[in-house]
Design a binder for this molecule. Structure first.
Ligand code: PHE
Length: 360
């Protein structure tokens, strides 16, 4: 091989070794084999070589061309493999990573607030019965909170609710801080076609404050709308829920006739307990725990549902109340005081989520 060919080979091989990625490699390839590449120039120059040397020179240049093509290809394969390796390393998900100690050593352990915990449990139990979760706004239109629920303007039930009003909107009606979760019944029925099965936990508001009442509290609403729904479905559903929630498989449950404007017939639901000891399930006393009933035909009609075709039941209960009963918490006020000693005592570890494995 002549000197110029040996030099070109050495230079190209050095440049290939130095090419750290595919772009650098391509620059070397173009500089060698491209239209104005060094080797292409040699091939073009063959015509000017004296005839007696041309054959030998042509063979040598073509050998060098094959050598450099092979070297470029080899480098490309190596760089491709390295790029893939780098990607695999960067995107690796190590599923064998051991769990981190929780909480980290020395840190304070947080706890799930009893209200949040009760909501999780309610959602787990009703979720297993096929209920979906629904939500509505805390500041509610008068029609949703009262009117559509068959509570007209001068109905005495409006007074019972000790409503917080918000300054009137353009329609002259004062929005309210919702006094119950029942307006979400209306929103759900307006928003979807039956069959409907929803559970609605949320904040509610009434101007009332003592050891068992807070101006802000929580309720959970339930609503089922379908063809052929009867009081039997309501009773079965609530008995199952109460027994699962309190973890007492033979908890006595009593349905007592009552009145709500938006259900007909209406029933208050009581559970058996011992008034003196506070023990649930035994003792012969009754404790009111929730309101329920068959959705009033007028409420169905207000939501564009034909009451001759669809029936349903609804219920609503206070979350604080059932939480206090379940855990023997005597006073409502500490629920909102954020006292970490209380939270540590009544809170639940975030590592024990509400599941149906607990016997629900
Ligand atoms: N909204 C009623 C209350 O706050 C409870 C209820 C809900 C009753 C649904 C019947 C049906 O007291």
């Amino acid at each position: 091989m002549t000197d110029d060919l040996a030099t070109l080979q050495a230079e190209t091989e050095a440049a290939l070794a130095a090419a750290a990625d595919l772009r650098a490699l391509d620059a070397v390839r173009v500089g060698t084999l491209g239209k104005s590449g060094a080797l292409t120039a040699l091939l073009k120059g063959l015509g000017a070589v004296p005839a007696e040397q041309r054959k030998e020179r042509g063979a040598a240049v073509n050998r060098l061309k094959a050598t450099l093509e092979a070297a470029i290809e080899a480098r490309r394969v190596a760089l491709d493999a390295a790029a893939l390796e780098a990607r695999l390393a960067a995107e690796r998900l190590d599923v064998t990573l051991p769990p981190r100690p929780f909480p980290p050593a020395g840190a304070e352990q947080g706890a799930i607030h009893p209200i949040a915990r009760t909501i999780e449990e309610i959602v787990a139990i009703f979720g297993a019965m096929g209920f979906a979760l629904a939500e509505g706004p805390d500041i509610e239109g008068d029609w949703y909170n009262f009117g559509a629920l068959n509570i007209p303007d001068h109905h005495p039930a409006r007074q019972d609710h000790d409503t917080f009003y918000v300054p009137a909107g353009p329609d002259g009606r004062r929005p309210v801080l919702r006094t119950h979760t029942s307006p979400v019944q209306i929103r759900t029925m307006l928003g979807q076609e039956p069959p409907i099965r929803v559970i609605v936990p949320g904040r509610t508001w009434r101007a009332d404050h003592d050891a068992t009442h807070s101006p802000m509290f929580h309720q959970v609403e339930g609503l089922v709308i379908d063809r052929g729904i009867s009081l039997g479905h309501l009773k079965g559903c609530l008995v199952d829920f109460l027994r699962a929630f309190f973890g007492i498989s033979d908890l006595p449950v009593r349905f007592r006739a009552s009145y709500f404007p938006f259900t007909e017939p209406s029933m208050e639901v009581d559970i058996g307990w011992n008034r003196k000891t506070g023990e649930l399930g035994k003792g012969g006393d009754w404790l009111e725990i929730l309101g329920s009933g068959m959705v009033h035909p007028r409420v169905l009609a207000n939501c564009g549902i034909d009451p001759r075709e669809f029936q349903g039941f609804a219920f609503g209960m206070g979350i604080e109340r059932i939480t206090m009963l379940k855990h023997g918490i005597p006073d409502l006020r500490p629920f909102y005081e954020s006292d970490v000693r209380w939270l540590r005592h009544y809170g639940t570890s975030p590592l024990s989520p509400a599941t149906l494995a607990e016997g629900v």
